[in-house]
Design a protein around this ligand. Structure first.
Ligand SMILES: Cc1ncc(C[n+]2csc(CCOP(=O)(O)OP(=O)(O)O)c2C)c(N)n1
Ligand SMILES: [Mg+2]
Length: 522
């Protein structure tokens, strides 16, 4: 959020972008690794309008933080380039003063380490982990009220001055809001500001098109899409976790966002995938920008908790995941996704799209940007793929018939790079008199949402099915309905991509043999 704030402030000025970002965090938040990823980047970028209030109570669920946490938090933040303060969090004057000091800081983010006591005022449970989650209990509530000078027999009471304070509202804040609205209304930048906060308008984007028969990796096709988008969507902002060139995620000519270079377009998240996905959530929640982020598909695992939050919060974020199978080759098993596609598909409200070729990649980007109620993951290849005729239209329905025959014997369902393989297998099967339909299924979640008539028009009942995907076969039972699945149920191997794929059975002879076997068995 603080990145969005700073980036927009650069464009609209601090008369219009005049807010700050406050974060409340506890011991648990600072123990989690992501806090280090995110605050390291915040310090590096000098996000001066970000303030963390750290509830430093020394307690978590299991007991004192000393069980597992003894770092010097202010020193840690100091080392990352933050402005740090340590205060007594129960001293309201000190809190106020610290907030003012944080606001006065104009080149660094701020952390206020506020020493507090959990369940402050409860005579027996204050300062203990027993107060973390469980109610204090009747006896302790009584004792606390007595100690605070409240009537212990009154179960629920709000002091009169609190009621009147809340009812009165805060005229200064209301006035500030009205004044801001006036500044915006009178600003020459108003229309642009409103455009930034509306849904991305793709009507003037010169979408690339690719000629049938040519060859191009879908990550390269995606790179061309990003260039076209960056020309027309001024507030498209994105970047990669140190793989910008490999991911094809860089906006050429957009420059690198840095401290002192907020007019630029490309974010460098560093090798911080979890923070990258969380920052994308923050960018999206803040508004005013259209965020995307990129890494290798296998590193989706590092992003997963934040992607899950994006899905829960219905954030329209685009994830560019390249090197989407064993076809990536020499980097080997650590980098070769196997279970990832299916694990991602298991997540509600995440659309996982694996385009068959360059033109389907364009359609996938269109779909992702039109989507406003959740994130979309684009799974793209490292290796070249042939550009296939007629791909793209139908992608929005999740799966569609790409090549057909009258009175088919079998349906080959494939995704991504395996669509071309399925088409080759179809030709060979045809020579043997086996008539195959090829279905491209770039997004299973969308296909599942189609009505029964459409689904059975693509996958007719009673016709045997074969799925082909360079990933785990786990889960494909759902779509092959008693048929077979060709995939990879082991970790990959380090060798040139084509060699690995061939050795693992992703080749025409294997698809043909398995299909023949399936049909013979019936
Ligand atoms: C990622 C994650 N791990 C574990 C938990 C379970 N959990 C909830 S609160 C908590 C302790 C948090 O301690 P702290 O932030 O110090 O809060 P305090 O007890 O001081 O209120 C834990 C472990 C969680 N919510 N999220
Ligand atoms: Mg705590």
């Amino acid at each position: 959020m603080a990145i969005a704030e700073r980036w927009l402030r650069e464009r609209f000025g601090s008369e219009i972008v005049d807010h700050r970002i406050w974060a409340l965090c506890g011991d648990g938040c600072l123990m989690e690794g992501i806090s280090s990823e995110a605050t390291s980047l915040a310090g590096h970028l000098g996000l001066d309008r970000l303030t963390i209030l750290y509830d430093d109570n020394g307690i978590t669920i299991d007991g004192k933080t000393s069980l597992s946490f003894s770092e010097d938090v202010p020193k840690r933040f100091d080392a990352m380039g933050w402005h740090t303060q340590v205060i007594d969090g129960h001293d309201r004057a000190a809190v106020r003063k610290a907030l003012e000091a944080a606001k006065a800081e104009t080149s660094r983010p701020s952390i206020i380490c506020a020493r507090t006591v959990i369940a402050h005022g409860a005579p027996n449970l204050a300062g203990t982990n027993k107060a973390h989650g469980a109610p204090l209990g009747d006896a302790e509530v009584r004792a606390t009220k007595e100690r605070l000078g409240l009537d212990p027999d009154v179960t629920f009471a709000v002091p009169v001055d609190v009621v009147s304070y809340v009812r009165r509202g805060n005229p200064a804040r209301a006035e500030a809001r009205v004044a801001w609205e006036k500044r915006l209304a009178e600003s020459p930048q108003r229309a642009r500001f409103e455009r930034f906060h509306a849904n991305p308008n793709t009507s003037e984007v010169s979408w690339p098109t690719f000629e049938t028969g040519s060859k191009i990796a879908t990550r390269k096709a995606g790179e061309k899409v990003i260039q076209a988008l960056s020309q027309r969507i001024e507030n498209l902002i994105g970047g990669s976790a140190d793989l910008a060139e490999s991911n094809g995620s860089y906006m050429h000519g957009g420059g690198d966002v840095a401290r002192g270079a907020w007019d630029k377009r490309n974010l460098h998240f560093g090798i911080r995938e979890h923070a990258m996905a969380s920052i994308s959530n923050g960018l999206s929640l803040h508004g005013g920008v259209v965020p995307y982020c990129a890494t290798f598909l296998t590193f989706h695992d590092y992003m997963r908790p934040a992607v899950r939050l994006a899905a829960i919060m219905h954030r329209p974020i685009v994830y560019v995941y390249t090197h989407d199978s064993v076809w990536l080759g020499e980097d080997g098993p650590t980098h070769q996704p196997i279970e990832h596609l299916m694990a991602m598909r298991a997540m509600p409200n995440l659309w996982v799209v694996r385009p068959a070729d360059a033109n389907e990649t364009v359609a996938a980007w269109k779909l992702a940007l039109a989507r406003r109620d959740g994130p979309t993951a684009l799974c793209l290849t490292r290796q070249n793929l042939p550009v296939i005729a007629n791909t793209g239209p139908g992608l929005e329905r999740g799966a569609y018939v790409l090549a057909d025959e009258p009175e088919i014997h079998v349906v080959l369902i494939a995704t991504g790079s395996e669509v071309a393989l399925a088409l080759q297998a179809k030709d060979v099967l045809g020579q043997e008199g086996i008539r195959a339909r090829v279905v491209s299924m770039p997004c299973t979640a969308l296909f599942d949402r189609q009505d029964a008539a459409y689904r059975s028009s693509v996958l007719p009942r009673g016709v045997p099915r074969v799925s082909i995907e360079a990933g785990t076969t786990f889960g494909w039972e759902r779509w092959v309905d008693g048929g077979i699945s060709i995939g990879i149920d082991r970790f990959g191997a380090s060798a040139p991509g084509a060699v690995v794929a061939d050795k693992l059975g992703l080749n025409v002879p294997n698809v043909v043999a398995k299909t023949r076997e399936l049909l013979g068995a019936r």
